[in-house]
Design a protein around this ligand. Structure first.
Ligand SMILES: *Cc1c(COP(=O)(O)O)cnc(C)c1O
Length: 457
């Protein structure tokens, strides 16, 4: 019979996966290529290379190689905080009175407080191998910037972070953590770049957006010798690195003969979700197993559930490549009272294609419900979750409550992507009863769609 299942399933260090899995290799409909915004043609390696590191460009464009061996140096770093535990949420199950079995994969056990370190260390490694001086990036809530600063400190690379202004102001401690690791942090939009000055002129007093910070970081990378831009989500290469989450999850489940029924992840740009579901989706695509896969997004930034599947810019400044994805338009900025993260206007092209082809579904959640789920989880399971992660918690609770009605003993796995110690402003709003839900109207979304570029496909 099956071994007794521990409360926390830890893999041995020796069981950490040694290759990343490329979900694209099993997709019949490949994700649409990135386009050059000038020519409308798919971007070549030569065109991508001034923006991204060479090796990362190759990973970005490779739709066929199934497994990429993880370089030894990266595995060494992973061992500082991996394997990440897969935890059975017994106390949450009990509180819900559900017959469902709930597991969560906890990625918050490192100083950056999220899964983002999994890709940050890989991107810093390839930058170092290429002999670069440093990298530039944007950060929203700050987890990515923190993760990248940690990775750059490890490889002695310079790190320039453009931080969305509202977060810069609301999360001064986050900024300080990045500076501890040696990063140079600028509030975006700023007057240090051409695109920043243009945005400030057009929208004086703007609190910034991820799309706008991306424009600034890209400009600085292409204008400075020895620098490249790195991105913490959305890109194919990031989903590739994040497959470590799903591979470990699957190995842990397999070790105890557990079969997941439902797999849930929050979706901002799609990297944790794409990583968590990768090996499961691979089985689904190959027709060897079936899973109910659910993306959860904020009702105030609903790219999957209310967006359009179209080519769009990844940035507000419209200097980045065009990606075909579910998008709200690159001019879309979520309402300023939105405290739950996941603010990006678009979505990974891989996940967009899979969603379009019916391999997964998406739901949206209001932030007050998300914070209620977060508090319930914190009180039952002990860990203070990041608001982003709490979108997945909310959906997992909903699924578990459905099982309570039907009596089904489903196994639900969700991604607990990080901890919420730097998100206490949001928790404060919630505790003070001051959290409001702002859901954009159809008319407001139309404004975003009106800015979509015309692309002949
Ligand atoms: C960045 C972040 C997310 C969302 O990004 P994805 O690329 O969609 O995974 C989710 N949770 C945490 C804790 C994050 O830091």
């Amino acid at each position: 019979m099956s071994k007794e299942i521990p409360y926390k399933i830890y893999l041995e260090e020796s069981e950490i996966p040694t290759s990343w899995y490329n979900i694209r290799s099993d997709m019949k409909n490949k994700p649409a290529p990135l386009l050059n915004p000038g020519t409308g043609q798919p971007l070549s390696l030569e065109e991508l290379s001034p923006i991204f590191c060479e090796e990362l460009c190759k990973q970005e464009l490779d739709n066929d190689t199934a497994y990429f061996p993880i370089p030894e140096e990266i595995i060494k770093f992973y061992k500082m905080y991996r394997p990440a535990p897969l935890v059975r949420a017994y106390f949450l199950e009990e509180a819900l009175g559900t017959p469902a079995k709930i597991y969560y994969k906890f990625e918050g056990n490192n100083t950056s407080g999220s899964h983002k370190l999994n890709s940050a260390i890989a991107q810093a490694y390839y930058a170092k191998m290429q002999g670069l001086k440093g990298v530039t990036t944007e950060t929203g809530a700050g987890q990515w910037g923190t993760a990248l600063s940690m990775a750059c400190a490890y490889f002695d690379l310079d790190c320039k972070v453009y931080m969305v202004k509202i977060s810069y102001e609301q999360k001064p401690f986050r900024r300080e953590v990045m500076r501890v690791y040696g990063a140079d942090v600028t509030a975006s939009p700023s007057d240090t770049t051409e695109v920043g000055r243009k945005i400030l002129e057009q929208f004086p007093g703007t609190t910034g957006s991820l799309g706008c910070a991306i424009s600034e970081a890209v400009e600085v990378a292409v204008k400075n010798e020895g620098y490249r831009y790195v991105l913490g989500s959305v890109l194919n290469q990031v989903l590739l690195h994040q497959s470590i989450i799903g591979l470990e999850t699957k190995a842990a489940l397999d070790k105890y003969g557990i079969k997941a029924d439902t797999i849930i992840g929050c979706a901002g740009g799609g990297s944790n979700l794409g990583g968590l579901i990768a090996p499961f989706m691979g089985e689904k695509l190959r027709g060897v197993a079936d899973y109910d896969i659910i993306a959860v997004e904020p009702a105030s930034c609903p790219s999957f559930t209310r967006g359009k599947f179209a080519y769009d810019f990844c940035d507000t400044g419209m200097i980045c490549p065009l990606a075909k994805m579910y998008t709200l338009g690159s001019g879309f900025i979520p309402s300023a009272n939105h405290a739950g993260g996941l603010r990006f206007h678009g979505m990974s092209t891989i996940l967009s294609q899979l969603y379009h082809d019916g391999y997964m579904r998406a739901v949206s959640a209001k932030q007050s419900d998300v914070f209620a789920a977060a508090e319930m989880f914190a009180r039952c399971e002990g860990t203070l979750p990041a608001p982003e992660s709490s979108h997945a918690i909310k959906a997992a609770i909903d699924e578990a409550l459905k099982c309570k009605e039907t009596g089904e003993e489903k196994t639900i796995v969700f991604g607990l992507t990080g901890t919420g110690y730097f998100d206490l402003k949001g928790y404060q709003q919630y505790n003070d009863g001051e959290m409001t839900d702002y859901i954009p109207t159809d008319e407001e979304l139309e404004k975003g769609f009106a800015g979509l570029p015309q692309v002949a496909e």
